[in-house]
Design a binder for this molecule. Structure first.
Ligand code: NAI
Ligand code: MG
Length: 504
């Protein structure tokens, strides 16, 4: 039997993120309630800015997965009977509850992920409400078609939900990525079991509890735990009829193989090595700003769409590299919860070590130069914090690991170019194909490149990334299928049934 824990979380918004982290500790969220893991095991949640433990998370395994999936399967029968427009209205109502709690969610994300409150965490918390609002309005859009067949035969397609959706999310933007999975899944009439990331299990639990104030119990469930022990059984569970995943290419492949065994659909949002092509005729200042924001230095570069390869036309190369460096240099690194802070920390000691390894390799590469920007904080309370100075590398050879692999840290590589065809070939010479951008005032060049760049998303003279109504997802090793948008909800969270009536 599950040990049901009475909610210790406050009804009103709480701006005491540490108290909230403690209150959310050691639980899954199943069937609309907080429950302890069946094994009783937990693991530590550490504030990456201080190294101090702020809470602990339930260590979920196959037994917890089974309880959650069975509960979700029971709830799905009723949920799917509800008129779609009403399901949407309830999801939109969740957005309103979340809006009232944006500030506390933002503080909690900053605490557990080290992402700066002003530049990252608050933005993420607001976007979650936007996503739920958008999908909440789409309940009436789950339409099928009528198909010409023969005289005396009416042939139509209707869309039906898939059943229980399993979602596995990462730590870099946990709330936003969760919302992009749960909102379309729910509006489409599915129920969902989410497996949170080991490094960021608490804020997503809080959002479950907020949503449960509006939605029927069991519609969505949240488990924490490790990948193979908790994520693996979720993908393999016979009642899970679709898996949606965001994370590494390596794990994406594991999930695709497991889903193939069951012959269920998957959506995979994986890594990137997104190129940015800068032409000499660009709007210089706007493009410098674009490079800094595209590279997501405010998030320590922990973004799948980070502009980690920047190609600049030779005439402005030196000036551009210097201007980007100066801009990043002026950014303030420090306590993620401080409003003055632009850049917070890396997520974990593991990612910190991995990124430091790339930087050291770049520094040791003959002919390469790495400019370290901004300054490490000098506050003794942050001395154990996982802060890394952003690096801008020039002079790296094409075959450098820094140029080929996803670093997922504040490191970008800049190269000069002379020829459009050559730079296009270089930009496309990557196993990844998530996003790309072109910066030029010559729209003929920009549009031609936009059509020929191998990426799921190409932007000209801007770097806005995810918005709920835009399809988002990569080609090549960057993923399979699209997230966000009406069409991704229809294609990836529903199936089409054909119904034929012979009235002749
Ligand atoms: P990961 O892919 O190992 O973890 C992502 C999620 O998958 C987590 O919830 C994890 O518990 C789960 N998972 C891990 N192994 C699993 C398995 N065998 N079965 C089911 N679920 C499993 O990513 P990680 O270790 O956090 O980061 C490694 C690298 O992945 C990063 O350096 C970055 O390059 C990339 N990454 C990309 C992201 C993106 O937005 N596309 C997000 C996070 C990481
Ligand atoms: Mg991993």
């Amino acid at each position: 039997m599950l040990d049901v824990i009475k909610p210790a979380t406050p009804i009103a918004p709480s701006l005491d993120e540490k108290a909230l982290a403690r209150a959310l500790s050691g639980r899954h969220f199943i069937g609309g309630r907080f429950v302890a893991p069946l094994s009783g095991g937990t693991f530590a949640v550490v504030n990456p800015a201080t190294g101090i433990e702020v809470g602990h998370a339930a260590d979920g395994d196959a037994a917890d997965v089974d309880v959650a999936v069975l509960d979700a399967a029971r709830a799905q029968k009723e949920w799917a009977k509800m008129p779609a427009r009403k399901r949407g209205a309830l999801v939109a109502k969740c957005a309103a509850v979340i809006r009232e709690h944006v500030e506390e969610l933002a503080r909690l994300i900053a605490l557990e992920t080290g992402k700066a409150l002003r530049t990252e965490s608050r933005v993420e918390a607001n976007t979650v409400a936007d996503v739920l609002e958008f999908f909440g309005g789409l309940g009436s859009e789950l339409k099928g078609e009528s198909v010409p067949f023969a005289p005396g035969v009416l042939s139509v397609t209707v869309r039906e939900p898939l059943g229980v959706v399993g979602a596995i999310i990462p730590w870099n933007v946990p709330l936003l990525l969760m919302s992009l999975k749960i909102a379309p899944a729910l509006v489409a009439g599915n129920t969902i079991v989410v497996k949170s990331a080991e490094e960021a299990p608490l804020t997503v639990l809080r959002i479950c509890e907020l949503m449960a104030r509006v939605l029927p119990a069991g519609c969505f469930n949240m488990l924490s735990g490790f990948g193979p022990e908790c994520g693996g059984p979720l993908v393999a569970h016979p009642l899970v009829r679709k898996v949606t995943f965001t994370g590494s290419v390596e794990v994406g492949r594991i999930i695709a193989r497991a889903a193939a065994e069951k012959l269920i659909p998957t959506t995979l949002e994986l890594g990137g090595k997104s190129p940015m092509l800068v032409f000499a005729d660009c709007d210089f200042e706007k493009t410098v700003t674009g490079a800094v924001t595209s590279m997501r230095f405010t998030r320590q570069g922990q973004s799948c769409t980070a502009a980690s390869r920047i190609y600049v036309e030779r005439a402005i190369f030196d000036r551009f590299v210097a201007a980007v460096g100066d801009r990043v240099d002026a950014m303030v690194m420090g306590d993620p919860l401080d409003e003055k802070t632009d850049i917070g920390t890396m997520i974990s000691a593991e990612q910190f070590g991995k990124v430091r390894g790339f930087i050291e390799e770049g520094q040791a590469t003959q002919g390469a130069t790495g400019r370290a920007c901004s300054r490490l904080p000098d506050d003794p309370a942050l001395s154990k914090g996982l802060f890394i100075q952003p690096y801008i590398f020039t002079g790296l050879p094409d075959d450098s690991r820094l140029v080929r692999q996803e670093i997922f840290g504040p490191v970008t590589c800049v190269f000069p170019f002379d020829d459009v065809e050559a730079v296009l070939a270089e930009a496309n010479d990557s196993e990844y194909g998530l996003a790309a951008s072109v910066w030029t005032n010559n729209l003929k060049v920009g549009l031609d490149l936009a059509h020929r760049l191998e990426a799921g998303l190409v932007q000209i003279n801007q770097n806005l990334v995810v918005q709920a109504n835009l399809s988002y997802g990569g080609v090549k090793s960057s993923g399979l299928g699209k997230e966000a948008s009406l069409e991704s909800m229809l294609e990836h969270f529903m199936h089409k049934k054909t119904i034929m009536v012979n009235y002749s």
